[in-house]
Design a protein around this ligand. Structure first.
Ligand code: ADP
Ligand code: MG
Length: 235
C-alpha cells in the first residue's frame, strides 16, 4: 500500500458561496515510500494549500488523506498533533528558527516532548549529518543563510519522520547556497527519505523522481521523471 494516499482533496476558503475560493479541486495521487516529489505551479495554484493538508495542519473541505494506512483527518485534534510529530518533518521558506537558541538547542526542540533517551546525542548526530557538527553552539545570527537552512532541515528530520515536507526551501537563498541546500535534500533522499517539496528551482526539479503540476487547484500533470530516464537509457 502506498505511503500517502490523497483522495479527491478539495479545499474551499470562505463560507459564502458567492465569494468562496476553490483553492484545491478534487486532487488525487499516491506517493510511495522513498519518492522525491516536486510540486510546481503558478502563484495561487494551490501548492501551499496542498502542503498544509498533507502536513495535517488544515482539514480538506472534501476528500481524504491516508498516511501509512492512517486516516489523518479522521483523527481527533490531539491524535493528529501526535501524528504530525511522529510522521512529518517541515521546512518552510521562513525557517522559524528560535533566535536565542543555539543550533543544537533548535534541533533538540522537537525531541523535548518525546521520550527519546539521548536527545542531545541524537541532535548532535543530525547536525553532523547536515554538515554542521562543528557549529553546534552557534546562534542562528552567527550562521550564514545556508547554514541556517541546514539547521532547519536537521530540526525537521531529527525525529526520523517518514515524510519530509518543504515549501520553497531555497526560495530566499542565492543560487550557490540554494544548490548546497538542495544537495542536502538529495542526500536525504538517497538515504531513503520521502520528500514532498514545493519548488520553482530547476535543480530540485532535476533531482526529484516525480513532478506534480498544479493549476487553478487541479493537477494538470503528474510525471515520473526518473522512470522515464531509466526507460530511455534502456532503449
Ligand atoms: P500557492 O501556494 O500555489 O501560491 P495557495 O495554496 O497559497 O497557492 O493559494 C491558493 C488559492 O487559495 C489562492 O487563490 C489564494 O488566494 C487562496 N487562499 C489561500 N489561503 C487562503 C485563506 N486562508 N483564505 C482565503 N483564501 C486563501
Ligand atoms: Mg505558496
Amino acid at each position: 500500500m502506498a505511503l500517502v494516499i490523497a483522495k479527491e482533496l478539495s479545499k474551499y476558503y470562505g463560507h459564502d458561496e458567492e465569494t468562496q475560493v476553490h483553492a484545491l479541486e478534487g486532487v488525487s495521487f499516491e506517493i510511495e515510500q522513498g519518492e522525491y516529489i516536486a510540486v510546481m505551479g503558478p502563484s495561487g495554484s494551490g501548492k501551499s494549500t496542498l502542503l498544509a493538508i498533507l502536513g495535517a495542519m488544515s482539514p480538506p473541505s472534501l476528500g481524504s488523506l491516508t498516511v501509512d494506512e492512517i486516516d489523518v483527518y479522521g483523527l481527533s485534534q490531539e491524535k493528529r498533533a501526535d501524528f504530525r510529530r511522529e510522521y512529518l518533518g517541515f521546512v518552510f521558506q521562513q525557517l522559524q528558527l528560535i533566535p536565542y537558541l543555539t543550533a543544537l538547542e533548535n534541533v533538540m526542540l522537537p525531541l523535548v516532548i518525546t521520550d527519546h533517551r539521548d536527545k542531545k546525542e541524537l541532535a548532535e548526530q543530525t547536525l553532523d549529518r547536515v554538515g554542521l557538527g562543528n557549529k553546534l553552539n552557534r546562534l542562528p545570527s552567527e550562521m550564514s543563510g545556508g547554514e541556517q537552512s541546514r539547521v532547519a532541515i536537521a530540526r525537521a528530520v531529527v525525529n526520523n519522520p517518514p515524510v519530509l515536507l518543504a515549501d520553497e526551501p531555497v526560495g530566499s537563498l542565492d543560487s550557490k547556497t540554494g544548490r548546497e541546500v538542495l544537495e542536502l535534500f538529495k542526500k536525504l533522499h538517497c538515504e531513503g527519505q520521502t520528500i514532498i517539496m514545493v519548488t520553482h528551482n530547476p535543480e530540485s526539479i532535476r533531482d526529484a523522481d516525480r513532478i506534480i503540476q498544479l493549476r487553478d487547484g487541479k493537477i494538470v500533470d503528474d510525471v515520473k521523471t526518473k522512470v522515464g530516464e531509466s526507460a530511455a537509457l534502456r532503449l
